[in-house]
Design a protein around this ligand. Structure first.
Ligand code: SAM
Length: 456
């Protein structure tokens, strides 16, 4: 790998005698790793554990994930191992009934990880400022299947209006990407000292904008995938001194090979490819301190809950319906955890929501057309549908949104499963079945292999 000269001049002194091993690791292979969705599946293969994340596992080789139906059903997420360190932070600092914001969330690796740590009374707001990326985020969150999640598409300054609202804020900041050099050649080509400076300024702007939304004593998790001091320790020092926070320690095990901060007065956790099995990553945790600020108040109920028919058939589509509030929005029926419903209203009053809770479906004539979000929800009541377990070839046809022919099945809506995990719905009309898989999610590649070996 041809490292930029300025990068070498800057980073070599920081790493000292470790420099040669670091460069050697950069020229090596990037490990493939996945995080299992425990609410859907357990791995059938023996896989090596990512030490700092219970649901994280390394794969022997990097497979082609595109044609694995389990990947599309949200049974696992392909995530870089170092960034799974957020699991360790949450293990120590997550508490019941939290409101968590993942500010820079697309494509959703850390949001799906956070979702695993939420109890039934906790809420995750997963935000992405770039609209096209917010749609990808929403797709991945939907596939993960947790109902206590809202995906938003807002600038940090807008979210800052929710004063004192969040208990935990994760800023996985857009950065100069030095830690991705091994995985992504573009990161090397685009790197410059000037860009590091720009990134640092942008990170500070983001932090200032979002700071009011974190409550006093709330926890900020700050992470980047870059090595330099500017975007990392210097920013943590700046948050501590300028915004007002205490830096918190995270319990780690020496054998994991995680490195400490480059400076004495900042506690932080660094991942280098020559010491840990993963890419470059930086993480620090802070607790906000300051005067008791004004909190965002209750919002008047302006939604359509009054239209609820409690006996409605769609209530049987999910498990534990008594936990949920059912409502109509833009012609579609939704279910959202009742205990979090007032929070949803506050969010709706200030932010642009891309997706929320479980979308159940919509009435078209007399038909209730079920939504993909329902199929993938961990609260789906499978007994409410006729279910068909399909083989790999049929699953791929379905995920490519091709028309299927299902023989010997009644007409109507049928839930397809692969490995007993729901994939989505078709409407069987007799001579063929209409494929209800979302067009924008379909597998576009036509290079379908002849056969497939399970990945997990
Ligand atoms: N947390 C994500 C995950 O684990 O999958 C990765 C996030 S990536 C490091 C940073 C994200 O910040 C990108 O999705 C990018 O679009 C977004 N971003 C870029 N500029 C931003 C800004 N000014 N404010 C907030 N987010 C921004």
């Amino acid at each position: 790998m041809n490292l930029p000269a300025d990068f070498v001049t800057y980073t070599k002194p920081l790493l000292g005698e470790q420099w040669n091993s670091f460069v050697e690791a950069l020229n090596g292979e990037s490990p493939a790793s996945v995080r299992i969705n425990n609410s859907k599946i357990a791995p059938a293969k023996p896989l090596a554990q990512v030490p700092w994340c219970d649901s994280g596992f390394y794969l022997d080789k990097r497979p082609q994930f595109t044609f694995d139906p389990l990947f599309h059903s949200g049974s696992y997420y392909v995530q870089e191992a170092s960034s799974m360190f957020i699991a360790r932070v949450l293990k120590q600092y997550a508490s019941p009934s939290m409101k968590v914001l993942d500010l820079c969330a697309a494509p959703g690796g850390k949001s799906t990880l956070i979702a695993d740590f939420l109890d039934d009374d906790s809420l995750l707001v997963s935000n992405e400022v770039i609209r096209s990326r917010a749609n990808i985020l929403s797709e991945n969150i939907t596939k993960w299947g947790y109902p206590d999640t809202v995906v938003t598409n807002n600038d940090p300054s807008r979210i800052g209006r929710l004063k004192g609202f969040f208990d935990v804020v994760l800023v996985d900041a857009p950065c100069s990407g030095e830690g991705m050099f091994r995985k992504d050649e573009r990161a090397v080509a685009e790197w410059s000292l000037a860009n590091v400076k720009l990134c640092k300024e942008r990170q500070q702007r983001i932090l200032v904008d979002i700071w009011p939304s974190l409550k006093n004593e709330g926890v900020l998790i700050y992470s980047t995938c870059t090595y330099n001091l500017e975007e990392n320790e210097e920013n943590i020092r700046w948050i501590r001194d300028e915004l007002g926070a205490d830096i918190l320690p995270v319990d780690i095990v020496k054998e994991w090979g995680i490195s400490s901060s480059f400076v004495e007065d900042v506690v932080a956790y660094r991942f280098f490819p020559h010491k840990t099995n993963g890419e470059g990553f930086f993480c620090a945790v802070l607790r906000k301190k300051g005067d008791e600020e004004k909190r965002v108040g209750k919002i008047k109920d302006k939604d359509n809950r009054s239209k609820i028919n409690p006996e409605a058939e769609y209530k049987n589509l999910i498990l534990n319906p008594d936990r949920f509030t059912f409502y109509l929005r833009d012609d579609r029926w939704f279910a959202f955890p009742s205990r979090l419903y007032s929070h949803l209203q506050i969010i709706r009053s200030e932010l642009n929501i891309v997706s929320e809770g479980i979308c159940l479906g919509e009435f078209k004539g007399k038909d209730f057309v079920p939504c993909q979000s329902l199929a993938l929800s961990r609260f789906l009541n499978k007994d409410a549908f006729i279910t068909l377990e399909v083989d790999w070839k049929t699953a791929v046809l379905y995920l490519r949104k091709e028309t299927l022919v299902l023989t010997g099945l009644p007409k109507g809506y049928i839930l397809l499963t692969y490995g007993n995990i729901p994939l989505g719905f078709v409407k069987n009309i007799g001579n063929r079945a209409n494929n209800l898989y979302p067009r924008e999610w379909r597998i576009r590649s036509s290079n379908v292999p002849d056969q497939f070996e399970n990945i997990i």
